[in-house]
Unconditional design. Sequence first.
Length: 95
Amino acid sequence: MPLDTKAIAFVGYDRRGEVILLAEAKSRPGTSERWASQLRRNILAHDVLPQARFFLIATPDGIYVWKEQGSGASEIPPDLTLDARNVLAPYFEKL
């Protein structure tokens, strides 16, 4: 069942139709793990969202991923941070 919220840009579902991923995309450059942690905390604190195994924030220069942490809206650093410039470069070259 589709999730009806404007707080999250993308929702990933497993084969049973359960939410497995909540993802947000931002065009803001110059982000950091601290910025991403604050954004995640704000989203979780102010919106009613389902439990998900993963939470992801993607920006032009960083991809930040958290594994399931429960429903708390604490400010915790991501479990994984990737340099998006390297990961997304082939796609930007095609634009």
